[in-house]
Write a protein that binds this ligand. Structure first.
Ligand SMILES: Nc1ncnc2c1ncn2[C@@H]1O[C@H](COP(=O)(O)OP(=O)(O)OP(=O)(O)O)[C@@H](O)[C@H]1O
Ligand SMILES: [Mg+2]
Length: 371
């Protein structure tokens, strides 16, 4: 390998002229460095520029500004077939009139590979995706998950260094999707190929990825491991988009080292010892962010610090957890509590109108710059 990075997007912009006549940046100054052998995901809601980014890496689109590098080489206007990447599209686009074998062999035949070479490589690709024995079937004689695997085998047979996957599991039902997620991840690890995976499903991205780029409106909001993205979202958008969060508006009253005392008007109280990120200053308006599962409910005020009285406004039992909605001095918060004990008595759960105490642990709380 000539470069530490399999793929790099350096300050890439892609502008389109819309049919309505206005110009829009589908990808807006995106920089990403994807390491060799990494499972990298682009995650974001519809229209945020995931497919456009992938198409620029594949060579189906060219950047308006910036540059795409593959294995350290600037791609310029290199056509797709000369790039060491292969794409699995969302619609598998299998040839319906061809058998599984013919579908997978097609790309090699186009390249003029020898017959026995083709047979050997198709056999191996079908083994990888566990479709051995199905060579003679047509796509319509396969399940959705099996068709998806044919599409994967077709990409793998060309032994690419980098596989680009655009929502490849989008058409599958939830159960099959979850199975395929684990299979794909295992296959990626076994082959050591770099995967660049596009999805709008946060659980999918968290399950499979080594690193994730969270995107919104053509920009990367945060890049990091699943744990970093979930536990240390760098802004309110990411904290809101990945999982659920409570947001409380506040103001930094004092600072000492990396800890702040934050005054929260809605609770008419101070949060003490809150860890803060760089760049926040005394007097600054901030957003305090805390995940619902990280708020602790107590019967009484045990520690006298970072504890608030609240009234239960609603509870929802969902098996694994109970979702408790509370009102704390007018601040509406949600608290998820795991049902660790098996019980049937309704009185053993929180009831509407019940007075409780909420405990916010500093290590579970994030103080973010206000947008
Ligand atoms: N050829 C084009 N001409 C004009 N606008 C385009 C073109 N291709 C994409 N766009 C616009 O660029 C934006 C990003 O599109 P893109 O397909 O990259 O989104 P996406 O993140 O893949 O979304 P989805 O999850 O829905 O697939 C969208 O607003 C889209 O309408
Ligand atoms: Mg897309």
């Amino acid at each position: 390998m000539t470069s530490e990075f399999a793929v790099e997007m350096r300050d890439v912009v892609k502008r389109f002229i819309t049919p309505e006549g206005s110009e829009m940046a589908a990808v807006d100054h995106v920089t990403m460095q994807i390491k060799n052998g990494e499972f990298f995901s682009m995650l974001g809601s519809s229209g945020c520029g995931k497919t456009t980014s992938l198409r620029m890496i594949a060579g189906f689109e060219w950047p308006t500004e910036g540059e795409v590098f593959i294995e350290g080489k600037p791609m310029g206007h290199t056509p797709p077939f000369q790039r060491k990447v292969n794409t699995v599209f969302q619609s598998y686009a299998l040839f319906q009139h061809m058998s599984v074998f013919q579908n997978v062999a097609f790309g090699l035949e186009m390249e003029g590979a020898a017959k026995d070479e083709i047979e050997k490589r198709v056999k191996r690709a079908l083994e990888m995706v566990q479709l051995t024995g199905m060579e003679r079937r047509r796509p319509k004689q396969l399940s959705g998950g099996q068709q998806q695997r044919v599409a994967l085998a077709r990409a793998l047979v060309k032994t690419p260094d980098v596989l680009l996957l655009d929502e490849p599991l989008g058409a599958l039902d939830l159960k099959l999707r979850k199975e395929m997620q684990l299979e794909l991840k295992a296959l990626q690890q076994q082959l050591g190929i770099t995967f660049i995976y596009v999805t709008h499903d946060q659980e999918e991205a968290l399950t499979m990825s080594d690193r994730i780029a969270v995107m919104s409106k053509g920009k990367v909001q945060q890049m990091g491991t699943p744990v970093e993205i979930y536990e240390r979202p760098s802004n309110k958008f990411v904290a809101d988009f990945i999982g659920e969060s409570n947001f409380i508006e506040g103001k930094i009253k004092s600072l000492s080292g990396n800890e702040a005392c934050v005054f929260v008007p809605s609770l008419n109280a101070e949060l003490i010892g809150m860890p803060i990120s760089d760049g926040l200053v005394k007097g600054e308006e901030v957003t305090v962010c805390i995940r619902p599962e990280k708020i602790h409910i107590a019967e009484k005020n045990a520690v006298n610090q970072n504890m608030f009285r609240a009234t239960v406004t609603n509870t929802v039992y969902i098996g694994v957890d109970t979702k408790v909605f509370v009102d704390a001095h007018g601040a509406k918060l949600k608290v998820w509590e795991q049902n660790r004990i098996s019980r049937l008595d309704p009185k053993s759960f929180y009831t509407v109108g019940q007075e409780i105490w909420l405990m916010l642990m500093p290590e579970n709380t994030l103080v973010l710059k206000k947008d």
